[in-house]
Design a protein around this ligand. Structure first.
Ligand SMILES: *[C@@H]1O[C@H](CO)[C@@H](O)[C@H](O)[C@H]1NC(C)=O
Ligand SMILES: *[C@@H]1O[C@H](CO)[C@@H](O)[C@H](O)[C@H]1NC(C)=O
Ligand SMILES: *[C@@H]1O[C@H](CO)[C@@H](O)[C@H](O)[C@H]1NC(C)=O
Ligand SMILES: *[C@@H]1O[C@H](CO)[C@@H](O)[C@H](O)[C@H]1NC(C)=O
Length: 317
């Protein structure tokens, strides 16, 4: 059969062989398996030995043979590429590509040779990875007038094009938001996929209680947009505590602690700090009128971080 390959390379063939595909353009999810269809009509029921199949791939204008069957043996093929030889005689030369990677994207061409006829068909394979979407913080308890920023992160998607929009649902109505939004540019992460983050900042009041903020991500890998949401809640102080016993316990401990500290403080004052902590103000001997003067206060009982300098509003002369 080497002869076949020889002919393939050096002789012109008639283009009478009609080779078709059911998948001229196909998209596979990253890590999944894909069938690249290629079929032809084996009209004269040609024996398998007289049929040659070749698959090449054109990636960024670099053409590489990835599969070759010369009627007897299979060549080039890797573990990830399989072709069912039993089906060739029936006119099916489709290949299965397993565990698709981003590098597998390209134009795949299958060429069928049944001397003297040759024909080919092309399948464009695209690879996509679905984003994971996370919105944070989820259902935070806000206080009146609080500014809150919500982050929506779409990660590990491919290709790069993505759309993130924010919607507000209140009183059963959804409204797209256009202001106070900041969306970054997708950034490439190690394995060829992208991450992007969008954020929205708002000042919330009780009127917003119960409204829902929705982050919606649209990407070609998704059959429908992916959504995450967060509800605006307010931290309302509880008037009647449910667990009264616990509260009473906590309050008692605080009160006892306060009393003990106060007692110790008073005893300390009586025992050691006999002089008042502040001495009388020491005035300089001569003070020019309408000029700032330095007033020194001696402070006892603790070490000041630095000397205090006081500027009186109107010096006495
Ligand atoms: C070719 O065979 C594959 C199985 O390897 C099958 O999934 C596909 O549908 C077949 N194509 C045609 C056109 O019959
Ligand atoms: C991409 O997003 C994932 C999930 O949120 C995160 O773990 C990862 O650190 C991000 N990578 C980069 C480069 O931002
Ligand atoms: C891409 O990298 C992230 C971590 O950076 C990992 O979680 C994810 O599974 C990787 N995806 C693929 C398809 O390798
Ligand atoms: C918010 O998300 C939850 C869980 O994902 C979903 O059940 C709910 O319908 C969503 N709410 C809105 C208003 O989209």
């Amino acid at each position: 059969m080497k002869f076949f390959i020889w002919l393939w390379i050096f002789l012109p063939f008639s283009d009478l062989m009609e080779v078709k595909t059911n998948t001229p353009e196909t998209t596979s999810m990253l890590g999944k398996d894909v069938l690249l269809d290629c079929h032809f009509i084996n009209a004269g029921s040609v024996k398998l030995e007289d049929i040659a199949v070749k698959w090449t791939v054109d990636r960024r204008s670099q053409v590489k043979t990835i599969y070759l069957f010369d009627g007897k043996t299979e060549q080039y093929h890797k573990d990830r590429i399989t072709l069912d030889l039993m089906l060739i005689k029936e006119g099916n030369a489709s290949i299965h590509l397993q565990d698709v990677t981003l590098e597998d994207e390209g134009d795949y061409k299958c060429t069928i040779l049944i001397t003297p006829d040759v024909g080919s068909s092309t399948v464009l394979l695209k690879v996509a990875a679905q984003p994971s979407v996370a919105l944070a913080p989820v259902n935070p308890h806000l206080s009146h007038g609080e500014t809150k920023t919500f982050f929506c992160e779409a990660s590990q998607f491919y290709p790069q094009d993505i759309e993130i929009i924010w919607l507000l649902k209140s009183h059963g109505e959804e409204v797209p938001l256009t202001t106070k939004i900041c969306t970054g540019l997708p950034s490439l992460i190690d394995n060829g996929t992208f991450n992007v983050s969008s954020q929205i900042s708002m000042i919330f009041t009780e009127e917003d209680a119960g409204s829902v903020y929705i982050c919606e991500v649209n990407h070609e890998s998704l059959p429908r947009p992916l959504r995450r949401n967060t509800t605006i809640l307010f931290a309302i102080p509880e008037m009647i505590p449910r667990d009264t016993g616990f509260i009473v316990g906590v309050v008692s401990v605080i009160l006892i602690t306060l009393v003990v500290f106060l007692g110790v403080g008073i005893m300390y004052q009586k025992q050691f700090a006999k002089a008042p902590p502040l001495s009388d103000v020491i005035l300089p001997d001569f003070v020019p009128a309408n000029e700032a003067m330095n007033v020194i206060c001696n402070i006892n009982g603790f070490r000041p971080p630095h000397q205090h300098s006081v500027v009186p509003s109107k010096p006495k002369s």
